[in-house]
Design a protein around this ligand. Structure first.
Ligand code: DAH
Length: 336
């Protein structure tokens, strides 16, 4: 029996060295330490020995079991803390792994900045439906039926009278229908045009509309507000100009240009060598519009303006294809 004990002790001590995983360790435990394992069997055999031999053999057997148990315990601790493997594989000089953080879409960033500036000037935010009726999108904005001005905006019609709004201006009407003057709102939103898709135009885009109506509002307030906005948004050193224009719902109407912020007015590819960039349309609300919303056109005056967001974002961030704004390509988005 002593020989057997020695053999088992030697093989357990040798085998534990090749144990690398918890599964292998479990196999070791079953082989040696389980109730029916090699050591257990010997304890059974102890009963068959001469009474006088039992105490000594019992002591050897206990030693054997304790030794196997401590080999097992040590290995278990080693595998679980994985110290040997860590020492071999951890390279503390490697740079840390970057955790990707989402960012706001460039259009959202542009919109947020525009909103922030107008908030500070006392404008509230309003919104309205993207599926609109002919009345709000055209008629109440003083586009008479069959008026050629309707062709300025290629429209997606759903039925004869229902359409996807072509601009955010119909929300002016909706706000004035609900609210008496004074009204001072900006209206950010998505608009749709049935245009050929290219790098420069897409079937949908975003606008921010502005409307201020009260007693005694003047064109110089319109200019003051828009110049203040433009200087905060584009930089205080810009120059600006207002050119006469035409929109059915404003009279007089104008378009606002600023000096090209890419070439500082010297002339470049982006401003088509003119030194100027057109940034918005504006004007004094046409008195005809007040008739549609039940305002007293004798007492009330106001101004409105509208600007496209995509163009601004594209100029700001140097994006040369509008379509990329809608493709959700992570390689593009993560640059912002
Ligand atoms: N709605 C016009 C467009 O989409 C933009 C515009 C021009 C809005 C003049 C206005 C404005 O409120 O006064 O082309």
């Amino acid at each position: 029996m002593i020989k057997k004990i020695e053999q088992i002790n030697q093989s357990a001590t040798a085998e534990i060295n090749s144990v690398k995983t918890l599964d292998e360790l479990e196999a070791f435990r079953i082989k040696y330490l389980a109730r029916n394992g090699l050591v257990g069997d010997l304890f059974d055999a102890l009963k068959t020995l001469d009474k006088s031999d039992r105490p000594l053999m019992g002591k050897y057997l206990n030693d054997l079991r304790n030794n196997a148990q401590s080999l097992f315990d040590k290995k278990k601790e080693e595998i679980e803390s994985n110290t040997t493997i860590r020492q071999e594989t951890d390279d503390l000089t490697l740079p840390g792994r970057r955790r990707w953080i989402g960012s706001r879409h460039p259009l959202t960033q542009t919109l947020d900045e525009i909103k922030r500036i107008f908030y500070k000037m006392g404008f509230e935010v309003a919104d309205g439906p993207e599926i609109e009726d002919d009345y709000h999108n055209f008629e109440a904005l003083n586009f008479p039926p069959d008026h050629p001005a309707r062709d300025m905006q290629d429209t997606f019609f759903i039925t004869d009278k229902i359409l996807l709004r072509t601009h955010t201006s119909p929300v002016q009407i909706r706000v004035m229908e609900k609210q008496k003057p004074p009204v001072r709102v900006i209206i950010p939103g998505r608009v749709y045009r049935n245009e050929a898709i290219s790098a420069r135009s897409y079937c949908l885009f975003h606008q921010v509309e502005g409307l201020y109506v009260d007693e005694g509002v003047t064109f110089s307030e319109l200019k003051g507000t828009l110049v203040t906005f433009a200087k905060q948004f584009y930089g205080s050193s810009l120059k600006f100009r207002f050119r006469p224009s035409y929109f059915p719902f404003t009279e007089p109407s104008a378009e606002m240009d600023i000096t090209c912020f890419l070439c500082n007015g010297k002339g470049c590819r982006v401003c088509k060598q003119t030194g100027w960039l057109e940034i918005l349309g504006c004007g004094m609300v046409d008195p005809n519009v007040y008739k549609y919303v039940g305002y007293d056109e004798e007492k009330i005056s106001g101004y409105a303006f509208g600007m496209g967001i995509e163009r601004i974002a594209m100029l700001m961030y140097g994006i040369d294809d509008i379509r990329i704004l809608y493709q959700n390509d992570i390689r593009f988005l993560k640059q912002f």
